[in-house]
Design a protein around this ligand. Structure first.
Ligand SMILES: Cc1cc2nc3c(=O)[nH]c(=O)nc-3n(C[C@H](O)[C@H](O)[C@H](O)COP(=O)(O)OP(=O)(O)OC[C@H]3O[C@@H](n4cnc5c(N)ncnc54)[C@H](O)[C@@H]3O)c2cc1C
Length: 424
């Protein structure tokens, strides 16, 4: 575990709650502004969503998950017990407002509005990510080799054609590949993909967990204080000195507090009085340390909704969306089902030493993160809800939060990401 300080440490300019990739990026950006920073996490060395993700810098994903027509497809998937979408029916009553809002997000007008807001973040990702990677020593494990989206059938490719054209308007660079070209790009693939889409600007990193360690080590070197404890609530009675109340009974005051607790952020926002729709969209994968085949770039299997990424620690095969809340244990049959598909599409892949994993994507129904000040307590800044794109948008979120911390006009207008959109 990193250096620990106690809650009696002198008041910092900024307290960041949560040491996933988002909280760490916020802490790094704040330190670079010359602010003093304390970061608190319930378990610095424990697993977290930011450790096990697919490692994709998925800047081309500028359309929401709730695409028009999604509900019809989703209904079909729900009848396949190991399909790409699963729902624990016990979780439905508490998640109902989330699902209703998810459905609303797929209206054509809202779909376009959300896409523009996602593109505004994704189109500036490299401007923010590269300085962070350079500073923490992550450039040697950062691979700008594009990615390939793969289609088994003409029908599926044609069904997505409109969305691909729309993505061009959002600034996404892509080109269609035929079956032969797909095979030339990635010879390890089974020859079953009739169409491919090459995504020039997608990239991937070698090891998400290592990146978290690198940023953590760097913010420690830059002077951040570390406190290991659970934050149970925020006390904003004094607007200019918000307080994080800890499970141990102690508390930490700061001039400004950043809430970056991923899928666990709703209760802290509620303690301030802010409402948010946030659910855990649980995802699964398997990492194959000695895969015995070579992939050059991340591949996305469009119809089956999973990906394979050639990380430095092996090929990671994963995806899936399971709604079962934060407390239910993992159902690793989902990892196994994805691995079975992976073996079909990457023949010859070896699974000795395979490691299974489940993580909690912090998902809002409109696929937009929550970035901005609390309207009720402006000294509290939210930075959570990045869903499928937390690694991708980490440095940009940090940069935007830093703009707020030093009272600069944010480099991207933040209205679309405000928590106020969830007000009843
Ligand atoms: C299968 C899968 C694949 C993915 N692939 C990609 C990808 O390729 N590219 C991409 O960009 N994104 C991907 N993601 C999404 C990405 O991993 C997440 O969006 C991102 O990790 C969220 O980061 P975070 O810092 O918000 O949350 P977390 O990493 O979950 O960190 C939250 C932190 O808050 C701490 N915490 C929580 N509550 C408290 C509390 N009350 N007190 C103190 N500490 C607390 C936790 O201990 C944790 O350290 C994937 C996710 C999954 C599940």
């Amino acid at each position: 575990m990193a250096n620990q300080t106690t809650s009696s440490a002198s008041t910092s300019d900024v307290l960041v709650i949560g040491a996933g990739v988002i909280g760490l990026a916020c802490a790094w950006s704040a330190l670079k502004e010359g602010l003093t920073v304390t970061i608190v996490d319930r378990d610095f060395d424990g697993d977290r969503t930011s450790h096990g993700n697919a490692g994709g810098i998925a800047v081309t994903e500028s359309t929401p998950i709730s695409v028009p027509g999604f509900f019809f497809k989703a209904a079909k998937w729900l009848f396949d017990p190991l399909g790409p979408l699963a729902l624990d029916w016990k979780h439905v009553p508490s998640a109902l407002p989330w699902f209703l809002e998810f459905q609303r997000a797929s209206s054509p007008a809202r779909f376009k509005q959300i896409s523009l807001a996602l593109a505004a973040l994704n189109n500036r990702v490299y401007d923010d990510l590269i300085p962070l990677f350079e500073d923490v020593g992550a450039m040697s494990t950062f691979y700008r080799r594009g990615a390939l989206t793969l289609y088994e059938t003409d029908e599926a490719f044609q069904a997505d054609a409109q969305e691909w054209e729309f993505k061009k308007q959002l600034g996404v660079r892509w080109r269609a590949l035929n079956q032969k070209e797909v095979q030339e790009f990635e010879p390890a693939l089974a020859p079953v993909f009739k169409h491919g889409v090459f995504l020039d600007d997608w990239s991937h990193i070698g090891n998400p967990k290592q990146l978290v360690s690198q940023i953590r080590a760097r913010i420690k070197a830059l002077g951040a204080g570390f406190v290991e404890d659970v934050v149970t609530r925020l006390d904003v009675t004094k607007q200019d000195a918000p307080i994080a109340v800890l499970q141990t009974g102690a508390s930490i005051a700061a001039r400004q507090i950043v809430v970056a607790t991923g899928a666990w952020s709703a209760s802290l926002a509620e303690s301030v009085g802010d409402r948010v729709l946030l659910d855990s969209e649980r995802g699964y994968n398997t990492t194959l340390p000695q895969p015995g085949i070579v992939l050059s770039r991340e591949v996305i299997f469009a119809e089956r909704k999973f990906v394979a990424t050639p990380l430095d620690i092996g090929i990671r095969i994963g995806g899936a969306a399971e709604f079962a809340g934060l407390k239910a244990g993992p159902n690793y049959k989902r990892s196994e089902a994805l691995l079975t598909l992976g073996k079909r599409f990457l023949p010859g892949i070896q699974d000795q030493g395979a490691v299974q994993w489940m993580g909690h994507r912090p998902a809002t129904p409109d696929s937009l993160p929550v970035i901005g000040r609390s309207p009720l307590a402006p000294s509290v800044i939210y930075a959570f809800g990045h869903g499928h794109l937390g690694l991708t948008q980490s440095a940009t979120t940090g940069a935007l939060v830093a703009d707020l911390l030093v009272n600069r006009t944010p480099r991207t207008p933040l209205d679309e990401y405000s928590i106020e959109r969830f007000r009843k």
